[in-house]
Design a binder for this molecule. Structure first.
Ligand code: ADP
Length: 488
């Protein structure tokens, strides 16, 4: 099958969070299964160009219609992790993709609306007729709208669209001028059945457009699919998802075990598997050495996270102090685009600077993330909500026991050592319900106690996690079933 992903992120070149990992991992799985996969991305100035192989201009002078003008672009081609990627390079004075960041500009809706139009224009001009276009999140919500309302009339009648919602918190709600900019008449689209926001009648909701116009809509875990349809985690799109419920479902993301796998990981001090689990402790020593932590008989509690309210920043802060007070070492790797949160964690870092049991790394560091997954004993993920969450699944592959809040994909993948409905050999971590300090402590205490008092049982939990198969194998098959279903 010929599949084109249109996406704002793809790891490792352009990754802000899990969306980048998902595009990379799913595309790889589809490719390994014999499908022809191509990826279209913006050519951001801040990409990891060192991770693109053979980058070269493949299409010159792509003129993209935009707001009564034609914007000039070139398209580059290169391989990312063996995947065929096309990068749209915009030369207009708007400089849409040369901003030194992926997201965070006041005109983000405009930047990505342009990207949608440019991606389709590129496909039209180069006669690309994939069976499936798979697009992701609000940034590409206009792709199915433009395909079925505009590009279909230019002969692009073949592709069917699968649209994946990675996080309903960000929907691309913006003014109606965005429609005119991509050549759509607002009078036709500003109604409740189409792109009008469900709460603000004068605003366009790009994610809603993607849901309404796609042939199939997925989100990244079955539990989150229910949560966004039936609770306020739908952030106003509950009704839209309900109306389109017959073409909507949740598929748990996978983890790319070619990248995240202690048996082959290039970034860690000592490779290991479930059969050589004791070698994990060499990675614990290496992590301590790298971060100047003291040696000693203590568990390392870790956090690897975007520092944002969704991820429970207050509970992350509490994790640091509570773990230190209860005989643990703490390693945190995190960053935030919000300067207030970043400053708070920089303050915390300075405050704890001389503590030999604690290291806070404020920033984004892929290599250190590998070392932490391999070297830590536990990882804490106290999210307010979590569509899927890759961190807990990745941690389990490395035998690092997750301590998570009972929400979304965390609830679908982590089964409590003491309270789960699963048999003991399928329990793999600790889960808490209440989004407050007491809730967190209720799980953290049990984990620390198990580590100190029943090391044998703790190792069993580690092994249970390592045995779980959260690869792309099942989700890959699931997506292919959906693609086949919408092609019929
Ligand atoms: P989200 O997409 O909401 O950020 P996920 O759990 O789905 O959360 O994915 C997060 C991904 O980003 C994981 O691969 C995690 O290892 C990685 N990650 C998060 N913060 C950092 C960081 N500061 N440095 C390196 N990797 C990070």
């Amino acid at each position: 099958m010929y599949i084109i992903m249109i996406t704002p992120e793809c790891a490792p070149v352009a990754k802000v969070g899990g969306l980048g990992d998902v595009v990379q991992g799913l595309s790889r799985e589809l490719q390994v299964r014999g499908n022809d996969v191509e990826i279209i991305l913006p050519k951001y100035d801040c990409m990891r160009y060192d991770q693109i192989w053979g980058l070269e201009k493949t299409y010159s002078d792509l003129w993209v219609p935009y707001h009564d003008q034609w914007f000039h672009c070139d398209v580059y081609f290169g391989f990312v992790d063996g995947l065929k990627c096309f990068f749209i390079d915009d030369h207009s004075d708007k400089n849409f993709f040369n901003r030194g960041l992926f997201y965070g500009n006041h005109d983000d809706p405009e930047r990505f609306a342009f990207f949608c139009r440019a991606a389709l224009e590129f496909m039209l001009k180069t006669n690309k007729h994939p069976e499936i276009i798979h697009c992701h999140d609000w940034q590409t919500g206009l792709v199915p709208v433009l395909l079925f309302e505009t590009y279909k009339h230019y002969g692009m009648t073949h592709p069917r669209v699968c649209y994946t919602l990675h996080n309903l918190r960000h929907q691309g709600v913006t003014g109606e001028q965005i429609l005119r900019q991509v050549g759509l008449n607002p009078a036709h689209y500003m109604n409740q059945d189409r792109l009008q926001d469900n709460f603000n009648p004068s605003a366009v909701n790009l994610m809603k457009g993607g849901i309404v116009y796609s042939n199939f809509v997925t989100t990244v875990s079955p539990k989150y699919a229910d949560e966004i349809k039936y609770s306020d985690l739908g952030c106003g799109l509950q009704h839209t998802l309900y109306v389109h419920g017959l073409k909507f479902g949740g598929i748990l993301n996978g983890v790319d075990y070619n990248v995240w796998n202690p048996e082959i990981d290039q970034h860690i001090a000592c490779r290991y598997s479930i059969d050589s689990i004791e070698d994990k402790y060499k990675n614990k020593d290496a992590l301590r050495h790298r971060l100047w932590l003291s040696d000693g008989f203590k568990p390392i509690v870790s956090v690897i996270s975007r520092l944002d309210h969704q991820k429970g920043v207050e509970l992350i802060r509490h994790t640091v102090f509570h773990s230190l007070a209860n005989g643990c070492q703490v390693v945190l790797l995190g960053s935030s685009p919000d300067p207030d949160i970043n400053n708070e964690f920089w303050g915390l870092k300075h405050f704890l600077n001389d503590n030999p049991d604690c290291h806070l790394e404020i920033g984004y560091n892929e290599e250190l993330a590998h070392m932490i997954y391999a070297g830590a004993d536990m990882i804490v993920i106290p999210s307010a909500f979590e569509p899927c969450g890759l961190t807990q699944m990745t941690a389990m592959k490395y035998g690092t026991v997750p301590i998570v809040r009972n929400t979304g994909g965390l609830a679908s993948t982590v089964f409590d050592a003491d309270h789960a409905w699963k048999p003991y050999h399928e329990r793999n971590g600790y889960v808490f319900n209440d989004f407050n300090n007491e809730g967190l402590e209720s799980a953290l205490h049990r984990a620390i106690d198990m580590w100190y008092s029943h090391p044998q049982n703790f190792q069993e939990l580690m092994a249970n996690g390592m045995r779980c198969d959260y690869s792309w194998n099942y989700p890959g098959e699931h997506y292919l079933n959906i693609y086949n279903h919408i092609r019929e």
